[in-house]
Every structure is written in structure tokens, then in C-alpha cells.
Design a binder for this molecule. Structure first.
Ligand code: MG
Length: 157
């Protein structure tokens, strides 16, 4: 068994939605990002890579590379899952936390959980999704952006 953790943050910018776990969530702002700025999937990707000792998302998908401009972040996760499978690992479970004042996860939680489970090739109950605010403190509390943490456990049969 090996564990990996990931963290990601993106600033809000112009737009009318944010991508969360591969799901389009309507919001009064978008995010500033080279890719689609999906903090949940970026944190998840780093957790997957971390568990397998494979570095981080920036090493695999450099934001200086035009092929990742506007990229759908499920490509990052799918690639990380492939790298793990090639090394004989399977995913036990993933636990993710979204940190922001808005948007709220309610109404999207089941769709996001299901989308992430599909990307990972695991049952929905192997994916947990939590949300918290930072009690209006700091950059997240001032609604300057949103952040996510992820923890993943993997095992080699
Ligand atoms: Mg990111």
C-alpha cells in the first residue's frame, strides 16, 4: 500500500462556470488557468503521481507546452492512472476536499463523485468528496479563488 497527497489552487477570473471533478458547475466567475483549471482533478492527479513516486503534474504536463492549453483535466488523471496501471498498481480509494466560499457543492456532489470514480476505474463508494469554507479567512475566504486537497491510496496486487 502506498499513499499520495495533492493540493491545487486557482484564482477566480472572468467566466460563468468552474470545472470541478470534470463536471461543469455554474458560477458567477471562472478560473484563471492554462488548462481548464479543475482544482479537484489537479489535486487528484498529484495524489496519484505522488502515491506511485512519479513526481508532480507540472513535470508531466508543463504549462509551457501549448498542447495542454485549455486541456480538459480528465486527460491528466487518465494519464496518471495509466502510469500507475503500467506499474501494477490499482487504486483503493480517493478522498478529496474542496476549499472555497463558493460555488457550493450541493447539487453536484453525486455527479462529481461518479465522474471521478469513472476516471479512476473504481466504484463510486471508493471516492469521497468533502467541502469546507475557510470561515471567510485568507484568500479563499475573500473569494479570490478555490482550492482542493486529495489523498489517494494505491496497492500492488
Ligand atoms: Mg492547477
Amino acid at each position: 500500500m502506498r499513499v499520495g497527497s495533492g493540493f491545487d489552487v486557482h484564482a477566480f477570473g472572468p467566466g460563468d462556470h468552474v470545472m470541478l471533478g470534470g463536471v461543469r458547475v455554474p458560477h458567477s466567475q471562472g478560473v484563471v488557468a492554462h488548462s481548464d483549471g479543475d482544482v479537484l482533478l489537479h489535486a487528484l492527479c498529484d495524489a496519484l503521481l505522488g502515491a506511485a513516486g512519479l513526481g508532480d503534474i507540472g513535470q508531466h504536463f508543463p504549462d509551457s507546452d501549448p498542447q495542454w492549453r485549455g486541456a480538459s483535466s480528465d486527460r491528466f488523471v487518465t494519464h496518471a492512472v495509466t502510469l500507475l496501471r503500467e506499474r501494477g498498481y490499482s487504486i483503493v480509494n480517493a478522498d478529496l476536499t474542496l476549499l472555497c466560499e463558493a460555488p457550493r457543492l450541493s447539487g453536484h456532489r453525486d455527479a462529481i463523485r461518479s465522474a471521478i470514480a469513472t476516471l479512476l476505474g473504481v466504484a463510486a463508494d471508493a471516492v469521497n468528496l468533502k467541502a469546507t469554507t475557510t470561515e471567510k479567512m485568507g484568500y479563499l475566504g475573500r473569494r479570490e479563488g478555490l482550492a482542493a486537497e486529495a489523498v489517494v491510496l494505491i496497492t500492488r496486487a
